[in-house]
Ligand binder design. Structure first.
Ligand SMILES: *Cc1c(COP(=O)(O)O)cnc(C)c1O
Length: 459
């Protein structure tokens, strides 16, 4: 029997040339976005002041199954794609499991994450529309970096609102973004109305993604010919990230493999949504039935302890409302949380699929996540991002279950990125000063009490 290679790269000819839109195969659609101005379902034109037009159209499109990837985007994808599908032989051996463990590694680009896949698409459509510039937010910094790379490539000015705790913890992330020509502002800032308001009510706040989003949206709509772009959560982002799953499925087909279990970390849901897309298609159309497991931090447990409800995507409550698993747009994970994935909400597509029983979710504590990260790094030589390490831990748990049951399952997980800018967190883990924080029920009740009321829809 020939041994399966350690890594498989598709050739350029084998690379997907279309994105796959999961909604086209969903039996029931996610509930529509609600325009907070009218309290009615948002129309595509409602999104044009905030998003560029092609992206707003992708956001609202539940019918088109496949979208051709424009040539210019394919050309840039070819600079760093395909990403490898890797068999974690050493990890399997160390766990003494009969399971086969595969992972798709998205960290081989300067952003150190999968986020470049959508950043390129969003910058391309903005350029095509003739926009003067873009604004965005970034938490840990990967999205800001990815978008900076893409904007530099297409020659578009970019302003990034970076969550203040990250801005202070990760000065090198800021330096990378500035190297690509972006302007980076710590959020909350004095440069927007909403930033000034938040600072007035809480002067020492470390900020949050929800708050940085509010600032970025305000900046976009008050600057001529600018638009806002977002790196996760949205339907359009899951569409672009389907490249991950499509490549993975093609590579597994070449190997004659199919996953029994697919594990991914979940912040806003974009990498997981992208990785599972073609496998979920099989599930929705009855061709196969892989288990799908989302792994989220216990400190920001949207799926496992959140509510499936309409909520704002930002703290300032200026974005459309989305029906999703949410902890409340005011929720801020504890400052000792280093593991990324700190967004209060979750992709409406994944939320709907989870709600309808197509996937599972688990919440894990960050010290365990770092333990898995270090074990993985030593065995497989990749220093994983803390976010990605949630998926590693999830995959290890699945492999250990196989060890107990003696089942030789095929496990696939998404390794979304590298952790070179997370060394403060690794140091605190190494020094034994990292702690776990799990919000109390009262904490969650407090933030969930702020869910919006929508007449006739959510009272
Ligand atoms: C942003 C990010 C995530 C989480 O975002 P999703 O939208 O849930 O995928 C995970 N891993 C890395 C490396 C990231 O940069």
């Amino acid at each position: 029997m020939s041994k399966i290679p350690h890594r498989l790269y598709l050739t350029e000819e084998q690379m997907p040339t279309q994105w796959y839109n999961l909604r086209a195969d969903m039996k029931e659609q996610p509930d529509p976005l609600i325009n907070p101005g009218t309290m009615k379902p948002a129309q595509v034109e409602d999104l044009y002041p905030v998003f560029c037009e092609k992206l707003a159209q992708q956001e609202m499109d539940a019918e088109t199954r496949y979208f051709d990837i424009p040539e210019e985007i394919l050309e840039m994808y070819k600079i760093y794609r395909p990403s490898p599908l890797i068999r974690a032989y050493n990890l399997e051996k160390a766990l003494d499991t009969p399971a086969k463990i595969y992972f798709k590694f998205e960290g081989n680009n300067t952003s150190g994450s999968h986020k470049l896949n959508s950043a390129i698409a969003q910058a391309y459509y903005a350029k095509e529309q003739g926009l003067a510039g873009l604004t965005t937010e970034t938490g840990a910094g990967q999205w800001g970096t990815a978008l900076s790379e893409a904007c530099a490539y297409f020659g578009l000015p970019l302003t990034v609102f970076m969550v203040k705790v990250s801005y202070e913890q990760k000065p090198f992330r800021k330096a990378v973004m500035e190297t690509f020509g972006s302007s980076v502002i710590a959020s909350p800032s004095e440069t927007t109305n909403i930033g000034r308001e938040i600072l007035k009510s809480d002067p020492t706040t470390g900020g949050s993604l929800g708050c940085a989003i509010s600032e970025a949206v305000e900046k976009a709509v008050t600057s001529p010919n600018h638009r806002y772009v977002l790196g996760s959560v949205l339907n359009q982002v899951l569409l672009h990230q389907s490249i991950i799953g499509l490549e993975t499925k093609a590579a597994m087909e070449i190997l004659g493999e199919y996953p029994d279990v697919i594990v991914g970390c979940a912040g806003g849901g974009s990498n997981l949504g992208g990785l599972i897309a073609p496998f979920m298609q099989d599930k929705l159309t009855g061709k196969a039935n892989p288990r799908i497991v989302a792994v989220e931090p216990a400190s920001c447990p949207s799926f496992t302890r959140g509510k499936y409800a309409y909520d704002f995507c930002d703290t300032g409550r200026i974005t459309p409302m989305a029906k999703m698993y949410t902890l409340g747009s005011d929720f801020k994970p504890s400052a000792n949380h280093a593991g990324g994935l700190r967004y209060h909400g979750m992709s409406p597509i994944l939320s709907k699929l989870y709600h309808d029983g197509y996937m599972e979710a688990v919440a894990v504590e960050q010290t365990k996540v770092f333990e898995a990260a270090v074990q993985f790094a030593k065995l497989e030589t990749i220093l994983p991002a803390p976010e990605s390490s949630h998926a590693i831990l999830g995959a290890i748990d699945e492999a250990l279950k196989c060890k107990e049951s003696g089942e030789a399952k095929t496990i696939l997980f998404g390794l979304t990125g590298t952790g070179y800018f997370d060394m403060t967190a690794y140091s605190s883990y190494n020094e034994g000063t990292m702690s776990d924080y799990i919000p109390t029920d009262e904490d969650l009740e407090r933030s969930l009490a702020t869910l919006p009321k929508i007449p006739g829809i959510q009272e």
